[in-house]
Structures are given as C-alpha cells and as structure tokens.
Design a protein around this ligand. Structure first.
Ligand SMILES: [Zn+2]
Ligand SMILES: [Zn+2]
Length: 383
C-alpha cells in the first residue's frame, strides 16, 4: 500500500494535533499546520469560515469534483491518557479522533498529488467546529461546495468498537438528528416540614422526567428509533427546604424526520400538563441541532470496492445507524454523500475506550488505511 510509505508522517501529524487540541472555530494552529503541509505539497487552497481550509487538487483534464472532508476540532474534556503524545492543553483533548481525521485527509492529499485524477477535481475540506457548533453549515454558507461545484462528498469517522483494518458503513441512516432542550420548573419555596404551604419543584421535576420517557415508549412507533435522555438536573440547596425551581437539560435523538418534527410539541404538552397539574409553572427551550445523516445508497458499492481493494475482501460490512450526531449531514443534504466508520480498536495498544471518553485513543495503524481509502475512493469516482 502506497499509504504505508507515509505512515511516519501520518503519526507525526496526528500526534502534533493531539498534543495541541483546539476547540471549535479556535483551530488556529491546526489550520496553520494543515496550510503549511498543503503548501509543501504544492496544493492550492483557501481559508474559509475562519479556521477552515478548502484545498483543490485538479486532475489532468476538467471534469466533476468530489469532496473529501475531515474535521479538526477537539473537546473540552481533560485528557487522562499517560502517553508521550497526551494533550498538553489543560481541559482540552482530541477524544473524538478528529486529529486522526485531519491527518488522514492530509495523507490523502499527498497520495492524490502523486496520483492525480485523469479527469476532474478533488476538493479537500478541512472543517472546523464539528462538535455542536455547526462547522459544516458555516462552511456551506461560505460556499465550500461551490467553485467548482461539488458533485459528491465522502467523509469518515474513527470507530473504537471495531478493530483496525475493518470499515463499516450504514446503508441509509448513518447518524441521528441530535437536538437539545432545557426545561425549568418553577414552584414555591418553603420549609421542608410544611409542603402544603409550598409548591415542590423537585417533586414536579421528578414527575416530568418520568412522564417524558412515556413519549418514547408510548407515543413513538417502536420501529422509529428515538432516544430522550435527561443529561442534567439541578435544584435545591438544603435538605430541609423545598426547592423553588429545578433546571433540567437533555437531548433528543431521532432517525425519522416526522418523529423529530413532532417531539417538541409532544414534550411541551407533557411538561405543561404535569407542571400545571401539580401547581407549578415552566419554561421550555427546544433547539434543533444537526439533522439526520443519510448516505446516498448509490455511492456505497464503490466504497465497498475501494475498501476491499485496500484492506481485503472481508474488511467491509454494512452496520446499523448510530444515535450519535454528525454535522456531515449538512453536506449530505446538499449533495450526494457517503460517510463511513473506520476501525481503530486495538486491545494491546489500550485503544478500547469509546469516543469522548477521557482515555480514548486509537490504533495508529489505521491512519494509512484512512488516507488510502479516501484517496482511492476519490479516484474511483471518476471512472
Ligand atoms: Zn465527537
Ligand atoms: Zn467526531
């Protein structure tokens, strides 16, 4: 594999990003590093959407343009690994593997410069702010899919549940629509010994939390996967006082747009009914975040072929969707897209923790695989 020749570089790039993680829209050093590498390789690029970089590799003759996308941002979580390349920044770390995505895309750029498409262009999108900050949508607004217009887009995500050397891809739904909500329940504070003179916001909140779960279990078609998770709840400050208010925050994950569109109203009905029925009031804020990520099924056979040619005949399989969110969905709404997951698990290298875990790490053997698959997939697109 040609990509094995740049494995040392890939590891160096990934570890450079890993040691200096930057949060969404703050990827200044990462972006600078990417630009320097592109310059060295003689690839034209432009800076887009603040820290984003869009590079273009032109083929021997004009033709369609396929885009490859890698995200660059890290997470606001403390790195708990003890390795030489651990995060050097307090409270920030690459725990979603975006350092590897950026390195793999740089690797693909190197491979494509040496082996240019005969006809057509490859656009490389180094994207900021995937983690909840709408980086993809921002780049689209800044015209990343135009000039030249992109006809298809491919992207990948590392997967610590699958061993290095294997790739999985979902047929249609890849990632869920991921929305967020905040609720505040208001009662009337007072002495814990005299509940009848107060309105207990904690008792109301408890009823709201359990009633919300009935939306998923009793109102949504069981064949339409839906998750409603309360991720935080805060209220009260003393054992002997009735709390005047409680804050609740959480997320809704859906694969079916119809279910998604109905969730806000259904939730409000339950929150209103329970809160007012028990003598309290409420506020409810529902925020629509990333839409469901849908693969274009027509792009999958060529991906399968590419993966099998790079990693062997049993290396590719179709997987179930994930209820996680991914802003690649914004590109896939505009142009046919394919998003796949590349295995990075390795027990011996302690690369076993899930994404976003403080000890998440990955098998760097997968770096050249990612570069090779991205580059080869782009080349196959023109055939
Ligand atoms: Zn993530
Ligand atoms: Zn991610």
């Amino acid at each position: 594999m040609e990509a094995e020749k740049i494995k040392e570089d890939l590891i160096f790039w990934r570890r450079t990003f890993h040691q200096k993680p930057e949060l969404g829209f703050e990827e200044i050093q990462t972006s600078q590093f990417v630009q320097e590498q592109l310059k060295k390789t003689g690839i034209n690029y432009k800076v887009i959407g603040g820290t984003g970089v869009a590079a273009l590799i032109e083929g021997e003759s004009p033709g369609p343009t396929i885009a490859l996308r890698g995200d660059m941002d890290a997470l606001p979580i403390q790195d708990e690994k003890t390795v030489s390349y651990s995060s050097k920044v307090e409270g920030k770390a690459h725990l979603c593997g975006h350092d590897a995505h950026t390195a793999m895309l740089l690797g693909a750029a190197h491979l494509l410069v040496k082996n240019k498409p005969l006809k057509g262009n490859v656009k490389l999108i180094f994207q900021p702010a995937e983690e909840g900050l709408f980086g993809a949508e921002t780049l689209i607004k800044h015209g990343v899919l135009e000039n030249p217009g992109v006809e298809a887009i491919a992207g990948l995500h590392v997967n610590p549940m699958v061993p290095a050397g294997f790739v999985t891809c979902s047929q249609k739904e890849v990632c869920a629509a991921a929305d967020f909500f905040d609720i505040e329940i208001f009662g009337v504070g007072g002495h814990a010994a005299h509940p009848h003179h107060s309105v207990d916001s904690i008792a109301i909140a408890a009823a709201v939390v359990s009633s919300l779960q009935q939306i998923v279990s009793r109102q949504v078609d069981p064949l339409s996967p839906t998750v409603l998770t309360i991720g935080q709840i805060h209220g009260g400050s003393a054992n002997n006082a009735i709390a005047p208010s409680v804050k609740i925050g959480g997320t809704v994950r859906t694969l079916d747009p119809q279910v998604r569109n109905a969730m806000e109203a259904r939730m409000e009905k339950v929150i209103k009914g329970v809160s007012e029925g028990l003598g309290g009031t409420y506020t409810f804020d529902y925020r629509y975040m990333y839409p469901v990520l849908l693969n274009d099924e027509s792009l999958i056979p060529s991906l399968r072929e590419t993966v099998q040619s790079v990693l062997g005949s049993d290396s590719f399989s179709i997987s179930k969707p994930s209820m996680g969110g991914e802003d690649f969905s914004f590109y896939a709404q505009k142009v046919p897209g394919v998003f796949f997951r590349i295995g990075v698990r390795n027990e011996e290298k302690k690369a076993v923790y899930p994404l976003h875990h403080p000890k998440f790490d990955l098998d760097e053997d997968a770096l050249p695989y990612g570069s090779a698959i991205l580059a080869q997939y782009a080349l196959n697109f023109f055939e």
